[in-house]
Design a protein around this ligand. Sequence first.
Ligand SMILES: Cc1cc2nc3c(=O)[nH]c(=O)nc-3n(C[C@H](O)[C@H](O)[C@H](O)COP(=O)(O)OP(=O)(O)OC[C@H]3O[C@@H](n4cnc5c(N)ncnc54)[C@H](O)[C@@H]3O)c2cc1C
Length: 283
Amino acid sequence: MQIVCCVKQVPDTTQVKIDPATNTLVRAGVESICNPYDLVAVEAAVKITEKYGGSVSVITMGIPSAEVQLRECLSLGAHQAILVSDRALAGADTLATSYTLASAIQKLNEIDPVQIVMCGKQAIDGDTAQTGPGIATRLGFTQLTYVSQIIGLDIQKQTITVRREIENASQIIEAKLPVMLTVELELGAARYATLPGLIKAIKHEIKVWGAKELSCTAEKCGLKGSPTSVKTIFAPPPRKGGPVYDTTEGMDQAVNSLLDTLFQKEAAIMSEILSNDSKVKNA
Ligand SMILES: Cc1cc2nc3c(=O)[nH]c(=O)nc-3n(C[C@H](O)[C@H](O)[C@H](O)COP(=O)(O)OP(=O)(O)OC[C@H]3O[C@@H](n4cnc5c(N)ncnc54)[C@H](O)[C@@H]3O)c2cc1C
């Protein structure tokens, strides 16, 4: 059984800046990290293989420096890593990204059957949460999104049972393999790399695949295969601070002012009702 984890190199969001002239993210000089949700997926995948056997392949589509994030995943227990990188793939929107990643997973599947694909719930930069479902649709895999717990895997029945988060509730679902999961942070934090893990990661050969190796249709890749156009991108204005209640003059005064603020509207309505009431009585 092969599990494929899709991992994305993202800028460390605490440092993200937007170039107001070009409406693009300023990536120069910004540290890159592995999308946090994707590390959670790698940890879950490694745990599955520790329990049930099989291997974990990590795959990223990105620039050559994304190799660093792949090596991080190898140090955490992934067995092989593939960097999908090619100028022909640049400028991809989520449609082209999921097409290209699905083509790479298809190639891995020809070597060793892929039973589970794992993606993060979302990338912390692009944030669309579209890539995972796009991959599942192209591969014809069942998709289980927002997974917060892997309850069990039945290798004989070829099923997986997971808990997934929905608005104000959780669902427990059993599905037939092969599946694509998008994972929540609650699934569990990644382990710390061990020294042997780090050494293995440094020495490991990373496969690099381009559009040719993936036999991709040129019209479906990169800018050519991307119908989305970004009209504008902007940072929301910083929030103004809320009211401050000074307790130096005494706690009671501060609490009274807070209650006044909270119930200002209600107090106005009440006084209007009372004044109407007294007008009726006096009439
Ligand atoms: C017109 C257009 C042009 C763009 N041009 C560029 C560009 O030139 N360079 C650029 O970096 N971005 C570019 N982008 C952004 C890029 O399309 C998205 O970052 C990408 O498609 C993934 O979408 P997302 O970030 O919303 O990820 P989501 O869909 O939120 O990600 C969910 C999960 O999918 C997986 N995933 C997502 N992306 C990858 C990946 N690349 N490799 C492996 N796994 C992945 C991860 O598991 C991730 O947790 C462009 C977008 C548009 C609309």
